[in-house]
Design a protein around this ligand. Structure first.
Ligand SMILES: NC(=O)c1ccc[n+]([C@@H]2O[C@H](COP(=O)([O-])OP(=O)(O)OC[C@H]3O[C@@H](n4cnc5c(N)ncnc54)[C@H](O)[C@@H]3O)[C@@H](O)[C@H]2O)c1
Length: 284
């Protein structure tokens, strides 16, 4: 599903500034990732109306603005990343139409907002990429999945990949409908994993561990297992099997987790619920 465009010989740095619109949970996670991974802060503008969040963004060195009016008469950015709530997209995008007309490529991270809806709000023929990131982007370990409309040039696609890859892994899908399932797995996924960490830590306490120690064991176990799965040639099923001695402690636990109607079914149900909510948002 990924498109490897990073090997193209053309320059994939943006020919201009990068604009981030909305610097809440997801916007700030991406901003932090870009800057920590080397994107120069002095090339980034942020529009964020909330005073505290704008100050937080300013702390990265980016130029911050309370309102689009502060920048709309200036140079159009090469790329504008829109990270506001899906319900606000139409109103917010309308204010950025001049940039779209001037050739800015827009990257929307809004769940469930279709490429056609975004293009409609910015003006027909506008270049739009839909992206589903996740918050581990804040530490350079995000998963960003993108889908571009026909107006996006190969150069803009490559520039988008370069920018986003400073926050983690990037993949492109050609079929937009896949973005709903992507949202259910990697977009919302960190919340499932954080919940699993909470559950492991609570279970440790119930089994007699001190709270802080139990939390540390839960976090380090998830972190270590993910890092191992990432670097290993063996698939996760084999890695699980390697932990599981016949009739041992892990087997006793997996008898509980892998029973009929247990974790696999529960996760499938949760992922499908998120994907269905993404489809619903696209119909709003
Ligand atoms: N949080 C996640 O894990 C996550 C993951 C993937 C995608 N997303 C998507 O990211 C988007 C933002 O989600 P969030 O969780 O960061 O929400 P959030 O509420 O934390 O952030 C949205 C920000 O937009 C700002 N805003 C409101 N009006 C604005 C305007 N006119 N101009 C500029 N900024 C404005 C708000 O002040 C707020 O800080 C959503 O569309 C969501 O679907 C979020």
């Amino acid at each position: 599903m990924s498109t490897d465009i990073s090997s193209q010989s053309q320059n994939t740095q943006p020919d201009g500034r990068v604009l981030l619109v909305g610097c809440g949970n997801m916007g700030f996670a991406m901003l932090k990732g870009w800057i920590e991974q080397g994107t120069p802060a002095n090339r980034i503008d942020v529009v964020e109306p909330n005073d505290d969040l704008r100050q937080r963004a300013a702390g990265t060195g980016a130029s911050v603005h309370a309102d689009v009016a502060d920048i709309i008469d200036g140079e159009a950015p090469a790329m504008a990343i829109i990270a506001v709530k899906p319900q606000m997209m139409a109103r917010v995008l309308a204010a950025y139409k001049p940039f779209a007309a001037a050739g800015t490529t827009f990257v929307s991270v809004a769940a469930g907002t279709l490429l056609g809806t975004i293009e409609g709000a910015l003006g027909q023929g506008s270049a739009v990429i839909r992206c589903m990131p996740n918050t581990p982007a804040a530490v350079g370990k995000g998963m960003m999945v993108c889908c571009a409309n026909e107006a996006v040039t190969d150069k803009a696609r490559a520039v988008c990949e370069t920018l986003l890859s400073s926050s983690g892994s990037v993949a492109f899908v050609e079929e937009e409908r896949l973005m709903d399932a992507v949202t259910g797995v990697s977009g919302s996924g960190p919340a499932y994993v954080f919940h699993f960490i909470e559950a492991m830590a609570e279970a440790g306490v119930k089994s007699g561990l001190p709270e802080e120690l139990s939390k540390e064991l839960a976090i380090q176990t998830v972190y270590g297992a993910a890092a191992y799965a990432r670097s290993s040639d063996e698939d996760p099923g084999q890695l699980r099997s390697n932990v599981t001695s016949p009739n041992g402690t892990t087997a006793a636990a997996l008898d509980v987790l892998m029973g009929t109607g247990r974790l696999r079914e529960l996760v499938a149900e949760a992922v499908e619920a998120a994907a269905e909510r993404s489809r619903e948002l696209s119909r709003d």
